[in-house]
Design a protein around this ligand. Structure first.
Ligand code: SF4
Ligand code: SF4
Length: 427
């Protein structure tokens, strides 16, 4: 629900969607003929290492795929079939992946390696097989050199508008979430687990062995740094992360994936996704990770015109993708299709210093000054002089900007570039 006020009169109130009654079962998308899995790793590994996978290799569903034995990054095969291609893939802001495509066969065979490890060790079972399962498990939580987990926050609400995937999980799969929370408690030795949910899901959530906290429904209350401030009473200093303070976040869907995996001895592979169509109506679907978006559109009878926009994620923080062959990822919680005729126009007007962005910013970033440095590509200066790193990435500034400056995209690009430069310097 989005209620936008007249500019200058009052702050817009952006409310999270609520799922009061149980939606029908998610619509199942048939297993596609080909899946593509994105492995976040150095493309230099494509030259091949010992034990690396290669084209024409046969793989089973649930098999761990790495490009080199010594490389910790992996994806899990979500179908049985033959690897048809292994190619470099460039994501948002030039982020590098390797795309592994598998041509599926109808007779599915399940790889049993997870079941063997899971029997012996919860931590290794999750770290070595479940990081790319539906919901996406945060890698720092299962890093060998992380510090103590003081608080683990399980999110029963999505952090962007219009998306109801997490609420759907709480309503439909609470038993699996409960099991997952029990396993997470043992595997991470978390001192405290809290489960954040909207008030109308308090009853369902109370089945879990966790401290239940009610989240405000006004955006951006469900963003991690807002939960840190409003629920945990901790402000994350600029340039630090929640993990630096010993607080880790995981989605309700990821917790459910862990619960299901250990109960059945099989890795879950179907991602629940809220699909928001051009007319604003929403449907929840269940699709294998790696399914091309085009298969979902066909199943839902969604016709795309040339300039329609596809956004992965919510309206405030999601990112546009440019191909209907883009695959479903472990953390694809929503797909929004925007009609080209209804899209907000983009302008190249300069900042008019109206101050709307500053009034709406929850952390008081001086955006009107920041944006000037970002437009000039002066990222380090933006961090040093105008609090770039204090931004919690809510997207509200871009939403209210009358000059339609893509401030949020500038901010994300600047943070990405600074992080990349830091990694290069450390190397
Ligand atoms: S995205 Fe914009 S409004 Fe939101 S915290 Fe960052 S600077 Fe402030
Ligand atoms: S960036 Fe946009 S919202 Fe902010 S002061 Fe300039 S014109 Fe106004």
């Amino acid at each position: 629900m989005i209620k936008k006020s007249f500019i200058g009169l009052a702050k817009p109130r952006l409310m999270y969607e609520t799922l009061e009654s149980l939606l029908p079962e998610p619509q199942n998308i048939a297993i596609p003929e080909k899946v593509t899995l994105l492995l976040e790793t150095d493309p230099a590994l494509l030259s091949g290492g010992q034990g690396s996978i290669k084209e024409k290799d046969k793989v089973k569903t649930g098999q761990k795929l790495t490009l080199a034995e010594q490389n910790a990054e992996y994806v899990i095969a979500t179908v049985t079939g033959t690897i048809s291609s292994i190619t470099p893939f460039t994501g948002n802001f030039g982020k590098q992946y390797i795309a592994i495509s598998i041509a599926a066969v109808p007779d599915e065979e399940i790889n049993g390696d997870f079941a063997k490890v899971a029997e012996k060790n919860l931590f290794n079972g999750i770290r070595d097989f479940l990081l790319s399962c539906p919901g996406g498990i945060p890698r720092p939580l299962f890093s060998e050199n992380r510090g103590k987990v003081k608080t683990l926050v399980v999110c029963g609400i999505d952090n962007d508008l219009l998306i109801t995937t997490s609420q759907h999980m709480v309503k439909a799969e609470m038993n699996s979430i409960k099991d997952g929370i029990d396993i997470l408690k043992k595997a991470t030795a978390a001192e405290k687990i809290i489960f954040v949910v909207p008030r109308h899901l308090q009853h369902e959530a109370s089945a879990a062995d966790a401290s239940i906290k009610i989240i405000d429904l006004q955006y951006p209350a469900a963003l991690p740094r807002m939960i840190m401030k409003d629920v945990l009473g901790q402000v994350v200093p600029a340039g630090r992360t929640c993990e630096d303070l010993g607080v880790f976040f995981i989605s309700a869907e990821a917790a459910a994936s862990i619960g299901t995996a250990f109960k059945n001895g099989v890795i879950p592979l179907n991602k629940k996704i809220t699909v928001i169509k051009k007319d604003g109506t929403a449907t929840v679907v269940s699709a294998r990770i790696g399914t091309p978006l085009s298969n979902i559109f066909t199943a839902l009878n969604i016709n795309l015109n040339e300039k329609d926009r596809i956004i992965l994620g919510g309206p405030m923080t999601g990112s546009a993708v440019y191909s209907t062959e883009h695959p479903v990822l472990p953390d694809t919680d929503a797909i929004i299709i925007q009609d080209s005729l209804a899209m907000p126009s983009v302008s190249d007007y300069p900042c008019i210093n109206c101050g709307e962005c500053i009034r709406i910013c929850p952390v008081n970033v001086p955006i009107n000054m920041l944006v000037r440095l970002l437009e000039a590509g002066l990222y380090q200066e933006a961090a040093d002089e105008y609090d770039l790193m204090a931004c919690i990435e809510c997207g509200l500034c871009a939403y209210v900007c009358p000059a339609k400056i893509p401030i949020f995209q500038y901010i994300r690009l600047a943070k990405y570039e600074l992080a990349r430069l830091q990694v290069e310097e450390e190397a």
